[in-house]
Write a protein that binds this ligand. Structure first.
Ligand SMILES: Nc1ncnc2c1ncn2[C@@H]1O[C@H](COP(=O)(O)OP(=O)(O)O)[C@@H](O)[C@H]1O
Ligand SMILES: [Mg+2]
Length: 244
């Protein structure tokens, strides 16, 4: 469904991505693993059409988005939910208002339908009793679950996670990863999981691409990562967490 073909991306003089090619199939969880600053969030921005590559193409369901105008991108973006690293919740809105916000803003659907969808996400994310709370009163793991619920509310086919476990304690991280795994089973959803934490990959990803110094140095099913010879991959397998 999502395909990057020979994508090169520079910020000014600095080359971040060098001829990166990636395929992300529907109903699969694909991890993109790499150290901080390597260009993982940049890949998500390219997939959403928020930035354009210097060369190469990005295809969503076979459609080239690299030449599209902003207005043409809206229906494409609606196929994908995104969970930002910092969650991007609205601080002054309750959890229910956060969940319903984009439905109310973007779609002309009856209020009862909005409320039904919000309740569905409250239940799925295990947030019963917190409907009227503000984000600041929730733990990091709960805020992440709200962000996931909000990303799911348009029924996307694919969900993009930017470092979903960064900053969470091990128990909360595990809950979030279980939720990501459950999404695929329950809703047949695909996911791109961008992370610098190798345990995330082993817990939920079907396949993994490793990004290092602007290039993909490994791209295969997760279980094969153990057999990779690249020194960088050997080092992350022994150290577990990638250094800055
Ligand atoms: N808008 C921008 N302008 C210039 N440099 C940027 C911009 N966004 C990100 N960068 C730089 O590009 C590199 C890759 O960024 P990013 O994709 O955020 O990395 P990651 O998500 O893997 O940590 C980093 O060195 C970052 O500082
Ligand atoms: Mg990032």
């Amino acid at each position: 469904m999502i395909e990057l073909q020979n994508v090169t991306l520079r910020y000014g003089e600095r080359e971040i991505l060098n001829e990166v090619s990636l395929v992300i199939e529907d109903n699969q969880i694909k991890a993109v693993l790499g150290p901080s600053g390597v260009g993982k969030s940049t890949i998500l921005k390219l997939i959403l059409g928020l930035i354009k590559p210097n060369s190469g193409r990005i295809l969503i369901d076979g459609t080239d988005i690299t030449t599209m105008k902003e207005s043409q991108l809206y229906p494409i973006r609606r196929k994908m939910g995104i969970v930002f690293q910092g969650n991007a919740l609205f601080d002054s809105m309750s959890i229910s208002q956060n969940l319903g916000f984009f439905l109310r803003e973007n779609l002309n659907i009856p209020e009862e339908e909005v409320e039904r969808k919000v309740r569905e996400q409250i239940t799925f994310a295990g947030l019963e009793g917190y409907e009227d709370s503000l984000p600041e009163n929730l733990s990091g793991g709960m805020k992440k679950r709200v962000a996931i619920g909000r990303a799911l509310i348009f029924n996307p086919k694919m969900i993009l996670f930017d470092e979903p476990t960064a900053g969470l304690d091990p128990v909360s991280s595990k809950k979030i990863l279980n939720l990501i795994g459950a999404l695929r089973k329950k809703n047949d959803l695909g996911a791109v999981l961008v992370t610098h934490i190798i345990d995330d990959v082993f817990m939920v990803a079907d396949s993994v691409a490793v990004l290092y110094k602007g290039r993909i140095i490994f791209d295969d099913v997760t279980s094969k990562l153990h057999d990779a010879n690249h020194p960088f991959i050997r080092s992350i397998l022994s150290d577990k967490i990638l250094e800055q």
